[in-house]
Design a protein around this ligand. Sequence first.
Ligand SMILES: C[S@@+](CC[C@H](N)C(=O)[O-])C[C@H]1O[C@@H](n2cnc3c(N)ncnc32)[C@H](O)[C@@H]1O
Length: 320
Amino acid sequence: MDTSLWYRNFGELEARGQSAIYEQWALGVADDPELIALIDELPLQKRQPNLVFACARLLGAPEGDYPRFRRWLVQHWSAVVPEAHARSTQTNEARRCATLLPALALIPGPLALLEVGASAGLCLFPDRYSYSYDDGIHIDPATGPSEVLLQCTTAGNLPGPVSLPNVVWRAGLDRRPLDVRNAGDTHWLETLVWPEQHERRARLRAAIRIAAEDPPFLVRADASELASLAAEAPSDATLVVLTSAVLVYLPFAERMRFVESVRALGVRWISLEGVRGLPTVRAALPDDHGSDGRFVLALDEVPLAFTGPHGQSLDWIAGR
Ligand SMILES: C[S@@+](CC[C@H](N)C(=O)[O-])C[C@H]1O[C@@H](n2cnc3c(N)ncnc32)[C@H](O)[C@@H]1O
């Protein structure tokens, strides 16, 4: 994709309404041929606005107006380049569990959860968070209210009752797993949250504290190596593969091979991906929905709901 257009789209479609700073930076870059030429020195997948901005902030870029940011970026570009090469976007959003929960409730337990592209594994703890849905449903773990309260608005006819899953095994794989006990890793996770999103950052810190009490079993592996980790799951639990905001990082042929590998395992599969994430899911969507930035929640490639990309909303479409 043309880098200028990429930054313009990011500014107008993703950052607008979410982060005034990122919106201004992205639109500034989009109209700045000198900056575009610098960013184009990076390999294609490293030109991502989210990654370039997070690397810059990690290294101390001022979170102010575009001219200040631009001056800083030009001066520090030689430091940003290796950082962008070494890192990737690994935003880990526990609130996505609020949209995963109704899909998990459709699967008979006990459950063994295996997340592909788990980042730090914060979505592997759906049973440790509290939930509040705007239709009056409030759910707490058996041990009492969690420090992490995930709020989610709903529309459509959610199947009830939604309850917490009985998770007896949890594991994740990631090309670069992040460790909730490692200060450098948690700082990177915090930096991936956009500048003004203080509530998200507070939720992230609280979810990290919960995960750090019982760190998840995370394996450094590629999505293509799913089968070997799946073989470690207990045979007396229902194995559920989770993919959330990860398929976009797999080139199409690789993604299709991954789809085949999940099907071959004969497991349940909950996916939470962009509309273009899975061709089978996209083909089954109602015509009147499309590319408004929302994700699609699907179970075994059957769409269930549109969701806010960070788990903030759930619009149930199955059975409509
Ligand atoms: C945007 S994060 C999503 C994290 C988490 N699933 C969530 O929803 O909060 C995507 C993660 O997928 C990982 N990833 C990308 N491509 C991968 C691949 N081919 N194999 C394994 N992990 C991959 C990245 O390293 C990153 O941690």
